[in-house]
Design a protein around this ligand. Structure first.
Ligand code: ZN
Ligand code: MN
Length: 439
């Protein structure tokens, strides 16, 4: 009997947007730095009668993120109330989006495979519950309450935990590149919720195991562990009693980091259980074609584009490219080095293996990369005068260059190097010579 087991995995990611103020009030958006319960007002405390005023900047950021994830921006969107009770959500509902999110139907390409993005919507974060040493007592900090939160939901397109991790890493790169969030998992700015079940094929029969959603994981490592554990658990459950639930039930589970196991919490709610309805205090949003165009122009070069430039044009390995892209500082330093005509691979290796070079003046690093020199002459006035001297003292060579013998340029560069004891910036020298010779 031929049996084939395929994990089916999707992921929801919550990301706190880096705005100055919260989503529906003017309280400062700074959930990590301040004293508990100092950044609060009637709106974000959920007091009766307080009115929400949407933060335009947060809407702009979520739309830019959507574009970076190749989503379609909806021309018509609105907020809805997602009703549920939890101590960190005193108003009894979360303002979120269901039917008309700001962004839908995107994609991220991971190692050549297309992962579909179902939606990117905007909602508000809840407060933070802290469980104390005191038995049966928890305390709540509402500084986080009302912080703008983007939720990014994939289709169940992953078939292995490794694929999920590649996606999450790329998603984090994209979020950081477009600058909508620091996506710092340790601080809870990026929170991960994978959903997994199994497709089990026996000859002509196909079974699906129950769908398990694993809540709020805060590291890539734990996502991988949680998924590996859950997949194995579901395989064992199937092989032990073959009890496969045909009406696909949904289960919400937590991940116990210490024990490395998933723990079922409750059967998963359907959207219906939340009694979503349009938020009556916030009018719907329209997006003009012109505004969409403006937003499009704000999307910077994406990791995928940077990567193919580094790999195809500069012949770096994919791994080297990703290490550079992962750190914006390192990447921009590398870009500046490239402008100085250094060897890209040498430069990449230097910045990856000796990150202390990031703190050195560019000139010094260029010098080291171009045969160990640290005292390059970069100054254009100095170089220009040397270039003019070389041109006027070599009229024959200059003539033959102008008649088309372009290889004589290296002789002239050599003369400049000689006059400067090899300290001239070669790239600049070349540029200046070419400019002068064209006159
Ligand atoms: Zn507030
Ligand atoms: Mn959510």
């Amino acid at each position: 009997m031929a049996q084939k087991i395929t994990p089916i995995i999707g992921v929801e990611v919550h990301v706190e947007l880096s705005t100055e103020t919260k989503m529906f009030c003017r309280c400062k958006n700074d959930p990590f730095q301040s004293q508990p319960n100092t950044l609060v007002c009637p709106t974000c405390l959920g007091l009766p009668g307080a009115l929400p005023v949407p933060n335009e900047k947060a809407i702009e950021l979520v739309r830019i993120l959507g574009l970076a994830l190749r989503c379609h921006l909806n021309e018509f969107s609105y907020f809805e109330r997602k009703n549920y009770f939890y101590p960190d959500l005193p108003k009894g509902y979360q303002i979120s989006q269901l039917k008309a999110p700001f962004c839908e139907r995107g994609e991220v390409i991971i190692n050549g495979k297309n992962i579909r993005i179902n939606r990117v919507h905007l909602e508000e974060d809840a407060g933070k519950l802290k469980h104390t040493e005191m038995p049966d007592k928890s305390i709540i900090d509402f500084n986080r309450s009302g912080v703008p939160l983007a939720e990014i939901v994939t289709e169940p397109d992953f078939t292995s935990p490794e694929e999920v991790i590649s996606y999450l890493k790329e998603l984090q790169r994209i979020i950081r590149t477009v600058g909508v969030s620091n996506a710092d998992m340790e601080k809870g700015s990026m929170r991960l919720e994978p959903t997994v079940n199994l497709k089990i094929e026996n000859d002509n029969e196909v079974y699906y195991s129950s769908l398990v959603e694993i809540k709020n994981i805060n590291s890539f490592k734990f996502v991988k562990k949680a998924l590996e554990f859950e997949i194995e658990k579901q395989i064992n459950e199937y092989s032990e009693n073959k009890s496969v639930i045909k009406t696909r039930s949904k289960i919400t589970a937590g991940f116990n980091e210490q024990k490395g196991i998933t723990v079922p919490l409750r059967s998963k709610e359907e959207a219906n259980d939340y009694r979503y309805f349009p938020e009556p205090d916030i009018p719907p949003f329209l997006l003009s074609a012109q505004k969409a165009e403006t937003l499009r122009s704000k999307v910077p070069e994406l990791p995928e584009e940077k990567r193919s430039r580094l790999v195809e044009k500069h012949h770096l390995s994919r791994e080297q490219a990703d290490i550079l892209i992962d750190s914006p500082d390192r990447f921009s330093y590398f870009e500046e080095l490239l402008l100085k005509n250094v060897d890209p691979i040498k430069a990449a290796k230097l910045l990856i293996n000796k990150p202390e070079y990031l703190n050195k003046p560019l000139k010094e690093t260029v010098g080291i990369l171009l045969d160990g020199r640290t005292d390059l002459i970069d100054d254009e006035t100095i170089l220009s005068s040397v270039v003019s001297q070389v041109i006027s003292s070599n009229p024959k060579v200059v003539d033959s260059y102008r008649l088309g013998k372009l290889e004589t340029l290296s002789f002239l560069i050599g003369q400049v190097m000689k006059k400067t004891q090899g300290k001239a910036n070669q790239l600049k020298t070349r540029e200046l010579l070419e400019k002068e010779l064209k006159r």
